[in-house]
Ligand binder design. Structure first.
Ligand code: ADP
Ligand code: MG
Length: 487
């Protein structure tokens, strides 16, 4: 593990959709391998190992990482297990993954050293993957079946060597037409394009033990040259209620997507710096893994609802995570109480009001007990009453249940009474990050996005400018009433 001291120099790139190319290509290649394995005649008892040859081609073409290559090897092993006539086919479960990993290693080496024509790597991987896989296979057979040493050394090993040589020939022969075919159909990455950076070899440690630690984070969508986020440093502490605001297009949603790992792992593009959630670097965790720690409700929360009834919706999230029926029952009761949907468990989702459906979206996110809740423009389709009610709920989740909250909104007056911090983003940059009063003042004084300021606060600032003094700034009508009584 290489410990990274300065994450500002750290880069992670990912080609959107690229994560599935290896699945498509390897599935098709393994299907071809299975057919060839079943129909190819043997010459003097020798046939090339078509499965190994085809998954080597798939690994060369799509350059999956080691874990993905292991998956390809396991699928090949299962196919072999079902079709093998060997005395101990279970040996495939070790030999095939080892063969696939060997190929991934060869691909990795050749991506570093450019050597000879593009035919050289498949020759090398065809040979070594078959050798490693074959050696493991016959050695397991030797021990499990207690074969004579002579058979092992003088019969099996030469066979492994000969088949490895055969595969050194057939792998490049399969590689060339497969490469042409898949390239023509747009299945392959461009030359030298890194489909997905691999950060697994890095030791990434956040600067603080905060809930979310965003460090020197910049992000470019796709192949864009202008960053959507520029060198943002932001820490969200346990128990915080942080409001992020800023003009449309300033990067709020992008930042929110970075907190849940969807940027860069789903959206693709180029990321610099690092985002940590509960100490985990988002480039080292799967999005689904992060989802148990950080839940997100989007503006179009209706798209997050997928079942028929209220109870099913909340149970669905937990079923996906392997909760038992008892756990689901227990947790559902807690969550319905938290969001105030008790007694509505059997209602059809279509019969709920917009506000209730949003509570349900929050409930299904809370089902798996994340410690952080992120809401991106949650009030955009709510009326003022619904907005007040929503933030009352989110405020209580924060205060009573200790859930750390991040809210992105441009409608500030309803959310501010619950917030202890407020961040302002402008043009991809974090301009201000302070207690709400200070950030609002910063916006007012620097004339940034003043449209969003609650009118009660602008009134307060005008009165202050006119020489009036109050004990505390007015963030709500209640505060104004108190302030006016005092003065
Ligand atoms: P906000 O939520 O503050 O309105 P966004 O994070 O949605 O801002 O967008 C920030 C910038 O990134 C904008 O310039 C926007 O056009 C761009 N952007 C957002 N989503 C995508 C995307 N999927 N692909 C390319 N550019 C995007
Ligand atoms: Mg947005």
């Amino acid at each position: 593990m290489e410990r990274i001291q300065d994450v500002s120099k750290l880069v992670y790139t990912h080609v959107q959709g690229g994560q599935f190319r290896w699945v498509t290509v390897s599935t098709l290649m393994l299907a071809l391998g299975t057919i060839l394995h079943l129909v190819s005649p043997s010459v003097a008892g020798i046939t090339p190992n078509w499965m190994i040859a085809t998954y080597c081609v798939a690994i060369h073409l799509t350059r999956p990482n080691y874990r993905q290559s292991l998956g390809i090897g396991l699928v090949a092993a299962l196919i072999n297990l079902m079709t093998s006539k060997s005395a101990f086919p279970y040996a495939n479960l070790l030999s095939e993954p080892a063969g696939a990993l060997t190929c991934a290693f060869v691909v990795h080496i050749f991506s570093k050293v450019k050597l000879g024509s593009h035919m050289v790597p498949p020759v090398v991987s065809g040979f070594f993957s078959t050798l490693v896989s074959g050696a493991i296979f016959v050695t397991i057979l030797f021990y499990v079946l207690a074969l004579p040493l002579d058979v092992y050394l003088k019969g099996m090993w030469p066979l492994v060597l000969i088949i490895s040589l055969c595969n050194a020939v057939v792998t490049p022969l399969l590689y060339v037409p497969a490469q042409r075919l898949f390239a023509r159909r747009g299945y392959l990455p461009n030359a030298d394009e890194v489909i997905s950076s691999d950060h697994s070899q890095y030791e990434l440690v956040p600067a603080t033990d905060a809930k979310i630690s965003i460090e020197h984070f910049s992000y470019y969508y796709g192949s864009q040259t202008k960053p959507a986020i520029k060198d943002v440093n932001l820490v969200v502490n346990d128990g915080d209620f942080l409001v992020i605001t800023g003009p449309a297009g300033c990067g709020k949603s992008t930042l929110c997507m970075a907190m849940i790992g969807a940027v860069p792992k789903f959206y693709g593009g180029r990321m610099e710096g690092m985002v940590y959630v509960n100490g985990k670097a988002t480039t080292q965790a799967e999005i689904s893994e992060l989802a148990t720690e950080i839940g997100v409700v989007l503006a179009d929360y209706d798209t997050q609802l997928v079942t028929m009834t209220v109870a099913e919706e909340v149970a669905f999230a937990m079923e996906n995570r392997g909760y038992t029926p008892e756990q689901i029952k227990e947790r559902s009761a807690i969550v319905f109480k938290q969001v105030g949907l008790e007694g509505k468990e059997d209602r059809k989702i279509t019969s709920l009001s917009g506000g209730q459906r949003q509570r349900l979206a929050i409930a299904s996110v809370l089902a798996t007990n994340p410690s952080i809740l992120v809401l991106d423009e949650p009030t955009s389709s709510l009326d003022p009453e619904g907005t007040e009610e929503l933030y009352r709920l989110v405020g209580s989740l924060n205060k009573e249940y200790g859930i750390t909250v991040v809210v992105i909104d441009h409608d500030l007056h309803a959310v501010l009474p619950y917030a202890n911090r407020m961040a302002l983003m402008v043009d991809g940059e974090l301009r201000c990050d302070d207690v709400p009063e200070k950030t609002l003042r910063y916006m007012y004084i620097n004339d940034i996005y003043v449209d969003a300021l609650p009118s009660i606060f602008t009134t307060y600032m005008r009165l202050e400018a006119a020489g009036y003094q109050f004990e505390a700034p007015w963030l709500s009508v209640e505060a104004a009433k108190t302030g006016l009584k005092v003065s």
